[in-house]
Design a protein around this ligand. Structure first.
Ligand code: ZN
Length: 224
């Protein structure tokens, strides 16, 4: 075979040779041609390099894709973690609030509460105190037209870390200020003429006391 023919045959076979698809006999011919022909030797090496760098590029591209998906996945995971933990935190706050407001506090039985009226001059104060140790009373009130307290809801609460201990001793009180037996001084500074219909309602769990406001006035004031 002439050298020229061998060149073209070599180039035709080179890809198959690199892929190891050629027969042993062909391999021998190719290798002996490369020994003698620098041009074909370089041609094959160049082809191998090209194939290798192509392969490397593909590999790098794949790796980049994998990295991208990893990043997206870990970002999503972080987002989900943040959402889940904020939901948990919110849930805990709600549960805690619910516990302290509704479970740890209840409408008081009248038998558990010391209720009395304390008068000092023209001031009359309805005082509520828990009878049990480590319990205290919380009052919620409603006002008539923002003028005076007309309803008191009496709640009892167990002492816990949320309540400062000095509240325990004091109990709770609602004060009325009179000008005279028939006149109440209102929170807004105005005066109200009292009739027998003006009453204060005290709501316990087991009963409701309704007291005419006039009855809170200390009649001793008039005797003096
Ligand atoms: Zn050659």
């Amino acid at each position: 075979m002439s050298k020229v023919m061998k060149h073209s045959v070599f180039k035709d076979l080179a890809p198959a040779y690199i892929d190891k698809l050629t027969s042993e006999e062909t391999n021998e011919q190719i290798e002996s041609h490369m020994d003698q022909c620098e041009e074909c030797r370089n041609y094959l090496n160049k082809m191998k390099e090209d194939l290798f760098s192509e392969y490397e590029n593909e590999r790098r591209k794949d790796k980049r894709n994998v990295d991208y998906f990893k990043k997206v996945r870990s970002k999503n995971r972080k987002k989900i973690t943040v959402i889940v933990s904020s939901l948990l935190a919110m849930f805990l706050v709600l549960i805690t609030a619910y516990y302290f407001v509704f479970v740890n506090m209840w409408q008081a039985n009248s038998s558990d509460v010391d209720t009395n009226i304390q008068t000092q001059g023209t001031l009359s104060t309805l005082l509520f105190k828990a009878k049990k140790d480590n319990h205290y009373i919380i009052l919620t009130t409603s006002l008539t037209d923002g003028e005076y307290t007309d309803t008191i809801f009496v709640y009892e609460k167990r002492n816990d870390f949320s309540s400062p201990s000095k509240i325990l001793k004091d109990g709770g009180g609602i004060t009325f200020t009179f000008e005279d037996e028939n006149t109440l001084l209102l929170y807004n500074g105005k005066k109200k003429k009292l009739t027998d219909e003006d009453k204060i309602t005290i709501q316990y769990k087991d009963k409701t006391d309704v007291i005419p406001i006039k009855d809170l006035y200390d009649k001793g004031n008039d005797a003096e």
